[in-house]
Design a protein around this ligand. Structure first.
Ligand SMILES: CC(C)(COP(=O)(O)OP(=O)(O)OC[C@H]1O[C@@H](n2cnc3c(N)ncnc32)[C@H](O)[C@@H]1OP(=O)(O)O)[C@@H](O)C(=O)NCCC(=O)NCCS
Length: 342
């Protein structure tokens, strides 16, 4: 059973370490403090599961084009649990509570361009050109108002409870929230399907590398959608089956190494390198068992390390979007294919 996650109002001190880690990494700790943090009207929220905040956000009263509004600031989810639905739940709870108290207020934020997709999924709209924030890169202004936005069942329930007078509004707002459960059955079926294809189209070594990658995938993210990043690896399996070229095992392995690195790349580069490195290590082990010569092993290792280093640099820039994962895996495996000529 995953620990129960609670979304609640907290003191700013509780969320500063998470804010700093996710939004101001590498900068002095004081940069995680925002002007207005300690104002009485400011609200800080955290999603916690025992050991401290996993996601946080702050709402500050701040007019938008003359209208009464909240500015959303410091939205961050711990790298280890991003894309598990936590940010959505916390933001919906905070918005529902704020609307319950003052329905007329709208919401706006300066959003990192890398996070625009997140806000758009929650009904926010981009309302400005891109502009640069020196400490945090390109941003756009986004707004959320009730028009045309349904929100999730959770948020609607909270608003209805509010209308019935059932919310305690600003008094505390502690809400037990079940973490979103990904469709595990579909994920397992897709992983097994991939391994079956590796067995049919490649053979035992292809399955062995596939197993390493699949285990890594479970650790990274057991949702269905990221598995589209396996498409280049499937392509190499098919190409091997059609051509009988056993050398395609190398680009196949590098497609998997790059895919897995991409799954961790949004968190940090070390995790990406370790994840991809495990697939490369499995590949090298199999090549030793296959009696590859020392020269061939040395060339393959050098090419693999160079590709993995490039992937490790590239993946955090790709925003962990599925097309980004496919592109990184495809380019990495094409580079491995080119490396076969060495
Ligand atoms: C952006 C951020 C707060 C999102 O929080 P999260 O907990 O990972 O988001 P969720 O898992 O609740 O995602 C909700 C939906 O948005 C999508 N999403 C999340 N982050 C996204 C992103 N960066 N780009 C596009 N879509 C994204 C999720 O895939 C999910 O989609 P789905 O409902 O179709 O499955 C988090 O990734 C983060 O802390 N990023 C780094 C810091 C940052 O950029 N903060 C925003 C500053 S403006």
């Amino acid at each position: 059973m995953p620990p129960e996650i609670t979304c609640r109002r907290v003191a700013v001190a509780e969320i500063l370490p998470l804010r700093h880690r996710i939004l101001r990494a590498g900068l002095p700790a004081e940069t995680a403090r925002f002007q207005g943090d300690d104002e009485p009207g400011t609200r800080h929220y955290a999603a916690t599961a025992g050991d401290g905040p996993l996601a946080c956000l702050t709402l500050m009263p701040s007019a938008w084009k003359g209208r009464s509004a909240w500015q959303l600031r410091g939205m961050a989810t711990d790298a280890a649990v991003q894309r598990t639905g936590l940010g959505r739940r916390l933001l919906e709870v905070a918005l529902a509570e704020a609307r319950c108290d003052e329905p007329e207020r709208i919401f706006w934020c300066n959003a990192r361009t890398t996070a625009v997709g997140f806000y758009e999924r929650l009904g926010w709209r981009v309302v400005s050109e891109t502009f640069e924030v020196p400490t945090a890169g390109p941003h756009v202004k986004m707004v959320w108002d009730a028009e045309g936005v349904g929100g999730s069942t959770d948020a609607q329930d909270r608003l209805q409870a509010c209308a019935r007078g059932g919310s305690d509004g600003a008094s505390a707002g502690e809400v037990a929230v079940e973490p979103t459960r990904p469709p595990v059955a579909g994920f397992i079926a897709a992983e097994l399907g991939f391994l079956a294809a590796a067995h049919l189209l490649g053979g035992p070594p292809w399955v062995a590398i596939g197993v390493v990658a699949m285990i890594g995938q479970v650790v990274a993210d057991f949702r269905l959608r990221p598995l589209v990043g396996l498409a280049p690896a499937v392509g190499w399996m098919v190409a091997h089956q059609l051509t009988g070229n056993r050398e395609l095992f190398f680009p196949y392995a590098m497609a998997l190494a790059a895919h897995l690195a991409g799954q961790f790349g949004g968190r940090d580069r070390t995790a990406a390198a370790v994840a991809g490195g495990l697939v490369v290590a499995a590949f090298m082990g199999i090549r030793v068992i296959q009696d590859a010569t020392a020269r061939v092993l040395a060339v393959e290792l050098a090419v693999a390390v160079a590709i993995l280093a490039a992937v490790t640099v590239a993946v955090p820039l790709m925003d962990r979007r599925p097309w980004g994962a496919v592109a990184v895996a495809a380019v990495a495996s094409l580079a491995a294919y080119a490396g076969l000529a060495l």
